[in-house]
Ligand binder design. Structure first.
Ligand SMILES: C[S@@+](CC[C@H](N)C(=O)[O-])C[C@H]1O[C@@H](n2cnc3c(N)ncnc32)[C@H](O)[C@@H]1O
Length: 272
């Protein structure tokens, strides 16, 4: 598929997404939640086309396809909610789903120009460690393929942030009982925790006295009958810059035999 066709499909999917149709596809009981870890093998995903033995998301890398499936599964029910997207970039899928589902979407991204004061209901300049909104402003905070970049050393728009500072800010702007949803590719790029797939270290960022109902989902970790997916040489060349706390041999092993997958992280701010 050509790059141009891929972009058209991505754009078209974002502009035609329909919350009621999405909710129907992802309805329980398959989608019942339980605390802790949960694997979502490709062959069990609702975007798996058994006839073609292929993913039905018609564009993107394998981890982008998982991001689409996970957005549909997790962000399809935002009626009446005040929603913040962190690191929204240029992709409108989640934003359109939130808006069409009756939520009020607000975004922040450090790439947006600085200047005018941040306003609810629009895209603004801002970053995860300094969210330009008052305490308890949002029912839901989410970020798509941005979490792994907040603390990365190389190639970002800003100095690396501390994950503790970012999560402190997110807690501050969430209402009591408010929901957090993040996704990130593992064994791909970003901060070393994500490259190494260190889900235990990621889990430790979330203090049980502040967060509840924590669920981590591993999409595409079991990818057969689909193909293995790893970054190209340019992205792999960044790994040694990021990795300082893990043995080199472990990173080399991943490069040879690993396959990238998508982590989704969900939690709720405790109501005191
Ligand atoms: C790979 S892009 C993803 C953009 C979009 N969410 C998507 O899925 O296409 C990562 C985004 O995260 C943003 N970003 C990087 N560091 C950030 C930070 N500390 N706080 C908020 N956003 C950040 C970048 O500016 C960029 O727009």
């Amino acid at each position: 598929m050509s790059g141009a066709t891929d972009s058209v499909r991505k754009f078209w999917h974002a502009w035609t997404i329909h919350p009621a149709r999405v909710r129907k596809l992802w309805q329980p009981p398959w989608w019942q939640e339980s605390e802790g870890f949960r694997d979502i093998p490709c062959r069990a995903c609702r975007k798996f086309d058994a006839n073609r033995q292929a993913c039905a998301v018609p564009y993107g890398t394998p981890s982008r396809k998982c991001a689409v499936a996970a957005i549909e599964a997790n962000l399809n029910d935002t009626a009446g909610q005040s929603v913040l997207e962190i690191g929204y970039g240029r992709w409108a899928l989640a934003r359109n789903l939130v808006r069409r589902g009756g939520g009020t979407w607000t975004g922040i991204d450090p790439r947006q120009p600085q200047g005018s004061p941040a306003r609810m209901g629009q895209g603004n300049h801002g970053h995860a460690a300094a969210i330009p909104f008052p305490n308890a402003s949002f029912d839901l905070v989410y970020g798509i393929q941005t979490f792994e970049h907040w603390g990365q050393k190389a190639g970002t728009v800003m100095e690396p942030s501390s994950y503790a500072d970012c999560l402190h800010e997110i807690l501050r702007v969430l209402k009591p009982g408010g929901r957090l949803y993040l996704d990130a590719p593992m064994h791909y790029h970003g901060h070393e925790m994500f490259i190494m797939g260190d889900v235990d270290r990621l889990r430790c960022l979330f203090d049980n006295t502040l967060w509840q109902d924590i669920v981590m989902e591993r999409w595409r970790r079991e990818y057969q009958p689909l193909t293995r997916f790893m970054p190209g040489a340019k992205v792999l060349a960044e790994w040694p810059v990021e990795i300082s706390s893990y043995p080199e041999s472990e990173a080399n092993r991943l490069m040879q035999t690993g396959s990238a997958w998508l982590l989704t992280f969900k939690a709720r701010k405790r109501s005191r």
